[in-house]
Ligand binder design. Structure first.
Ligand code: ADE
Length: 235
């Protein structure tokens, strides 16, 4: 039986899901409220983890240990690293890596966590397929599959953006996805990241962001609801 853990960093990213959740029960751990219930008939647990890698990772571990989730989805907004990805477009992760993890002094490439067997944590192939189909249903012709780059930084300069692209070849950047990916990977739980573009991660970021944040966050939630329905079908 599938039990889907869904993590968003901000209120806008989870509020639509919580409005649509049935048989909702709330409990609090480590300062975050976890909502158990059903989404389109699928057993799910939704949590707003807060911003950044540590908040994200600890919520995944709680989802695994205390709620027994079998699959994990990270939904939210991201800055575009790809000229072909416009505001409101969707990214489905094929894998995820840190852009701010640096042990280069010891010969590791940027992003590599010493002791881990991969630089980029691979998303689950079946979840990628279902999430891509869900995204194409919500916003046809505006979805790309590729790498997500994460770090504890809101990226708002062309210089940093170019550095992240050179180091990661990612399609978009945000602040939680790879921590979620790494924690899911270590627990052997399949995951996928679904992100909608809210800004261009450059000097225009602070101008675009408030305008597009809400639209992008709600679009992602719609994709997640559609994915829940698809997972219910194969359950
Ligand atoms: N989330 C949305 N836009 C972002 C950006 N430009 N940098 C980091 N996280 C983001």
């Amino acid at each position: 039986m599938i039990k889907l853990g869904i993590i968003g960093a901000m209120e806008e990213e989870v509020e639509t899901l919580l409005e649509q959740m049935e048989d909702k029960r709330a409990s609090t751990r480590a300062g975050s409220t976890f909502y158990e219930g059903t989404l389109n008939g699928l057993n799910a647990v939704v949590v707003q983890c807060g911003i950044g890698k540590v908040n994200a990772a600890l919520c995944v571990q709680i989802l695994c240990d205390c709620f027994g989730v079998t699959h994990v989805v990270n939904t939210g907004i991201a800055g575009s690293l790809c000229a072909k990805l416009d505001i409101g477009d969707l990214v489905i992760s094929t894998d995820a890596m840190y852009h701010d993890f640096n042990c280069c002094a010891f010969g590791y490439p940027v992003g590599k966590v010493p002791g881990m067997d991969v630089v980029a944590f691979p998303a689950d192939v079946e979840m990628i397929r279902l999430a891509y189909d869900a995204a194409e249903t919500v916003n046809p012709g505006h979805t790309r599959r590729g790498r997500v780059a994460s770090g504890d930084q809101f990226v708002a300069s062309g210089e940093l953006k170019d550095k992240i692209i050179a180091n990661t070849q990612a399609l978009c950047t945000e602040m939680e996805g790879t921590a979620i990916a790494q924690t899911a990977y270590r627990n052997g739980v399949p995951f996928v990241i679904i992100r909608a573009i809210s800004d261009k991660a450059d000097n225009s970021a602070d101008m675009d962001y408030p305008t597009f944040e809400k639209i992008a966050a709600h679009r992602c939630a719609a994709v997640t609801m559609t994915l829940a329905a698809a997972l219910k079908e194969i359950n």
